[in-house]
Design a protein around this ligand. Structure first.
Ligand code: SF4
Length: 472
């Protein structure tokens, strides 16, 4: 463990993230105050006393640069994203493009201010330009997007960090849950009647755990209450192939869904079993073909790099099999398993008894190699990167990237990532985000995660939104 003592109650998150990026496998603690009598290893970085706190951003950037250069010297490492600790590096490039800055100016700024590598700067500019083009017809001010969370799944994956309940045990409450969503829709219909709904995203969980009639009921209610005529994209995450049936695909198509996800995560049956997904590669392939047969021409697939037991050659196999299916959109996630996590402990049991290799935070080169394979595979499929975000609280080198065919990029993904438009979120465990158009202020309110608490307190959930959107 490393303990960092700082004198001012400022920039703890940035300092912590920067240390974590250099020492991904170590526990890092940032403490305000002087070193005490701890026996633990101490590292007093004492941010320099001469720094003025009048210009907070400049101070923060100067401080981070100083720490970065110091740690880089000590460890002999250079980080591709330099000392950038936020989760959205493309936002910087996007803001500068919107100010009318040239590529060269952006390159100089990102290099001088954050020490970002040339490769990453070029990726950030490339993605920001694509995002800007995709969002050009979106009216941030008079438009909004809608997210509906369906928190049920066929089974719970071992690595899951979302709100998810196994449908088997919860199927009896789904209709009542939909009634609560309908109450939230009533609020949105009234409050946003003068606004334009740009995108709808039904996620989860796994929305396709809903039966065909429940899918028709939910989307039918939405259509009856809210004008969807201007909606540019209507996504339903159909993530788990073991939840997809032809009837459900027909129901979604009939109700105007334009984009779905059919997620393999890996094309290895052995890994799928290990991570508790309880579906096979063959089921995935069948579900994908079925979706094409039912007319879906915008299908996203998600994969995860760094799954337990997987090496670069497994990722190469996954990419090659996905290439045969020819999806329109591919999202590449990195999974970093932390020592001591639930997944780590479960897999360790198997590692002891078998011969599994767990990609860990301290074997980042493996993940980087896998990311390169995925990136090249996406390019070979004709997909270009269109959004990117770095993972919170995990080593600074990992990022999730969305790739898509021309005209098939997920607009909602960009909107939520770049935080340029308000997103109203309905359902248990969802977060509504209000974007103000003066000063870039963003305010949030959340719905409780527990599905029963959510249902019992539905009026309170609506009141939170009322409060968030009450002043214009
Ligand atoms: S399908 Fe997604 S939401 Fe459902 S359990 Fe697996 S990771 Fe969690």
């Amino acid at each position: 463990m490393q303990i960092i003592y700082i004198k001012e109650d400022k920039f703890q998150y940035d300092i912590h993230s920067l240390y974590k990026a250099f020492y991904p496998a170590e526990e890092i603690r940032v403490i305000i105050g002087e070193p005490g009598s701890s026996h633990e290893k101490e590292k007093d970085i004492s941010p320099n006393d001469e720094i003025s706190f009048i210009d907070v951003n400049k101070t923060k950037n100067d401080l981070k640069k100083e720490i970065y250069l110091d740690l880089s010297k000590k460890t002999g490492k250079e980080l591709p994203w330099g000392d950038l600790t936020g989760i959205r590096p493309t936002r910087i490039a996007m803001n500068l493009l919107e100010e009318g800055r040239s590529d060269k100016e952006i390159q100089e700024y990102m290099k001088d201010t954050y020490l970002v590598s040339d490769n990453k700067i070029n990726i950030a500019i490339d993605i920001a330009k694509r995002e800007k083009d995709i969002l050009k017809d979106i009216d941030y001010l008079n438009g909004y997007s809608l997210y509906i969370g369906i928190p049920f799944c066929p089974t719970t994956c071992l690595y899951c960090s979302f709100t998810s309940y196994p449908i088997g045990a919860f199927s009896g409450i789904v209709d009542d849950y939909l009634s609560c969503i309908e109450k939230e829709i009533d609020y949105v219909a009234e409050k946003f009647k003068d606004k334009t709904l740009d995108t709808v995203y039904i996620g989860g969980g796994t929305p396709t755990t809903l039966e065909p009639d429940q899918i028709r009921r939910l989307i039918g209610y939405l259509r009856a209450k809210i004008d969807l005529s201007k909606v540019k994209e209507f996504t339903v995450e159909s993530g788990r192939p073991d939840s997809i049936t032809r009837e459900k695909l027909k129901a979604m198509k009939e109700m105007g869904v334009t984009r779905i996800s059919v997620n393999p995560q890996t094309m290895s049956d052995e890994t799928l079993r290990l991570i508790g997904r309880r579906h096979t590669v063959a089921q995935l392939v069948d579900a994908f073909h079925m979706a094409r047969e039912e007319g879906f021409d915008n299908i996203n697939m998600d994969i995860i790099l760094g799954l337990p037991g997987e090496t670069s050659s497994d990722v190469a196999h996954t990419i090659s099999e996905i290439g045969k299916l020819d999806p329109d959109d591919l999202t590449v996630h990195c999974l970093a398993i932390k020592r001591g996590s639930r997944l780590f402990e479960v897999i360790r049991e198997k590692e002891i008894s078998g011969k599994l290799k767990i990609p860990m935070l301290d074997t980042m080169s493996d993940i980087q190699n896998m990311a390169d394979i995925a990136s090249k595979g996406a390019a070979d499929m004709g997909l270009k990167p269109y959004y990117l975000y770095r993972q919170k609280n995990i080593s600074g080198n990992f990022e999730n990237t969305g790739y898509a065919r021309e005209g098939k990029a997920g607009i909602y993904n960009i909107l939520i990532n770049e935080e340029v438009q308000s997103i109203v979120a309905l359902g248990a465990g969802t977060v509504t985000k209000r974007v103000y158009h003066q000063g870039g202020r963003i305010e949030r309110c959340d719905n409780v995660k527990d599905v029963k608490l959510y249902m019992d307190n539905i009026q309170e959930m609506i009141d939170r939104k009322k409060k968030l959107f009450e002043e214009d």
